[in-house]
Each structure stands twice: as C-alpha cells, then as structure tokens.
Design a protein. Sequence first.
Length: 155
Amino acid sequence: MLPFALALPPALIAQAAPEVAVGRILDDWHFAAAQADEGRYFGHLAEEAVFLGTDATERWDKAHFRAFAHPFFAKGKAWSFKATRRTIAFAGRGSVAVFEEDLDTPNLGPCRGSGVLEQRDGVWKILQYNLSVPIPNPLMKEVQGRIAAFLAQGK
C-alpha cells in the first residue's frame, strides 16, 4: 500500500507487475474518494460493477452507487479509507484478481474490503467491492441480539 496515491492513468498502472498494478488501482480508488474526485473514483469501476455496503440493504450497481455517492462527492469529501493490509490472488490466467484488505477509516473504525477486479484491454477494473465491519467473536451474541431487536421494530 502506498502512503499516498498518485493519480496515474490506469493504463500506465497496468504496466506494472500484476500485484503492484492491482494494489495501485485500489489505493488510487480509495484516494480518489478522499479527494472527492468522483470521475476518477467511478472510472475505476467496471460498468457492471456492484458495491456491497455495510448495511444489508446496500447492494448497488454502478449507476445507483454513483447516484447515492454523488452528494458526498459534491460536498468536496466523500470518505477516507486507507488499506493497512491487503492480499491479492489471481485467476483466469492472471486476468482476474481477488483481494481482501483491512481498512483504517475515520468514520466507521476498522473495516474490511474484499472484491474482484478484471483486466480488460490492459486496464484493471473493479467488478465487485464488499465493505464490511468485522465484529469480534466475543461481541457476536450482543450484535445478533441488537439486530434482531432492530428488525423486530420494523426498521
């Protein structure tokens, strides 16, 4: 993970070793959100991309995710996610990357992201991103109970 991201063209990033290229794309994607660069942020997503948020109702295709996120970007700051650890594996003769990363976030606390990228015409595109909040096992019964009570209230 880079301590800072460079706004490099995705085609130039893709010329690096595959693991480096995928890491740079993800770092730049996160950095674009922190800079409120909506075009660059959504440019890293494939047209059929899906973003899964932390709430069970948050499953967005690219168009709906952009509509949801636009007001945040329009205010000049979307969100700040910084990867503190990441693993990347490859499939499809190296054209598909599967990753998971630990994230430092000022608003949500520790989070985890995972997803899939595919290299298309020399450019890595994010096909799916899944954002989650890891719950320590000792807290699981309490969290389950709170979720059940919340759902029972019809909210």
